[in-house]
Design a protein around this ligand. Sequence first.
Ligand SMILES: *[C@@H]1O[C@H](CO)[C@@H](O)[C@H](O)[C@H]1NC(C)=O
Ligand SMILES: *[C@@H]1O[C@H](CO)[C@@H](O)[C@H](O)[C@H]1NC(C)=O
Ligand SMILES: [Ca+2]
Ligand SMILES: [Ca+2]
Ligand SMILES: [Ca+2]
Ligand SMILES: [Ca+2]
Length: 532
Amino acid sequence: MWEELRLQVFFLCLGAALWSAAAAATHRGSGPRERGHRRHLSLHRHRERGKEGQVLHRSKRGWVWNQFFVIEEYTGPDPVLVGRLHSDVDSGNGNIKYILSGEGAGTIFVIDDKTGNIHATKTLDREEQAQYTLTAQAVARDTNKPLEPPSEFIVKVQDINDNPPEFLHGPYYARVAEMSNVGTSVIKVTATDADDPTYGNSARLVYSILQGQPYFSVEPQTGIIRTALPNMDREARQEYDVVIQAKDMGGHMGGLSGTTQVKITLTDVNDNPPKFAQGVYAMAVSEDKVPGEEVGRLKARDPDLAENGLVDYRILEGDGMNFFEITKDSETQEAVVKLKKPVDFETKRSYTLKVEASNPHVDPRFATWGPYKDTTIVKISVEDADEPPTFMAPSYNFEVEENAPAGTLVGRVHAKDTDIMNNPVRYMIPRYTDLEEFFTINTEDGIIKTTRPLDREAQSWHNISVSAAEIGGHHQDAKVRVNIKVKDVNDNAPEFATQNEVLVCENVSPGKVNRLLLKALYIYNKTLVNNQ
Ligand SMILES: *[C@@H]1O[C@H](CO)[C@@H](O)[C@H](O)[C@H]1NC(C)=O
Ligand SMILES: *[C@@H]1O[C@H](CO)[C@@H](O)[C@H](O)[C@H]1NC(C)=O
Ligand SMILES: [Ca+2]
Ligand SMILES: [Ca+2]
Ligand SMILES: [Ca+2]
Ligand SMILES: [Ca+2]
């Protein structure tokens, strides 16, 4: 198509002269394949045209045949010469007029209509617009008639490295397990560079770590951050502020750079066994505590988090095993020692427990750092409580003969203070149990006596209570049941057959005996009379 059109646009890319030799070399050296391919095509065409003698100004450098290049951000004193249009019908006498139209024509790009020289009037920014499509025309100056069909061409803005790499997604937050193997991937950071990635090294980035060594490293090409130190311990340090740099120009001197922050948090693993702070814990329990009551608490510390720091407790052995039990306060993670069976100061004054604390969730990867348990000794001393006195018998049964005189001995109760103080005991009969006051008790020795003769026919049993209390700052008392049976002396029964039988009550007072005997003989006589 181009060959048929006869308009020869000759690329005298003077702009190229402004390039640094290095930039130009880089361009040709590392330009993409497509570009090389086109260049080849162009040369081929030039060669063909050369045979036909139509191309007068073939590019020795082999410019892309329909492209001009202009370097971006050029800030020289004069407008940049982008290139030159030349038609081979131009004999040089000035009767040809070159016309430029399209993107930026007349504003950014101006053409000298005689020479065909195109200048850029403004600084161009490749990152704003990378190329401009323009149309070239050659017309007769006097008639304005086209001498050639119009031809489209492109002005490409040549990249310079004027954009630093940027981390658009930073700052980053990442988590990695403590104790991870060296090289464990933590996170991948990515920087972008607005410069031309297909040209030169302006956008070729290399990552490096500015802060966070020796704990972490970054892969220069991928931006993947990895752990770099073994046995990083969350319990020692949990957070790391890492700074990653991306540098263009392949990381070489003179490249532009950008940085990002990466906050890395170590997550917990179970790498610590629970530990009791003390080898021995002392506790005390009063003997008057009831089963279920709390005796004391102890705690094994575990610096791990959540389930890695959970601690279970149990009693392994000890003479207190049957008297105490351990439960756990799940809120505080403490072991709570409770009374299981009543203890008695007078029987045993101290107990020992061997207590174990253990992690219920052990991580097999760190099992060899275990065992994930610890033991301690709990010594529990029993404290004396001010207990009420204790009667020597659970209850008492006494007998007293009916009609025995006032002051007759009924029996004796006995209570003792079991406490170490061994206070003296005082007795009394609670009035409500002996409303008619048949009995008295000696407050000091517990001897019960009658206050008057008792009538078996009126009441055969006097079931009373006796209470005992200690002297000396004491409030508690103990009670015991005293059952008193009134013994029959047959004062109105016909069973008395002989005087001998009547005389069973020989130990009663003389006056009374006389009365009894008279009564008995009287009945006896009556019986005899009736029987006759
Ligand atoms: C008194 O105690 C005795 C012996 O325990 C019992 O047989 C009797 O029924 C009791 N009497 C009364 C009135 O409680
Ligand atoms: C008992 O009976 C006899 C005669 O049978 C009489 O002499 C005596 O006085 C009586 N004794 C009494 C206490 O009634
Ligand atoms: Ca760059
Ligand atoms: Ca650029
Ligand atoms: Ca742990
Ligand atoms: Ca841990």
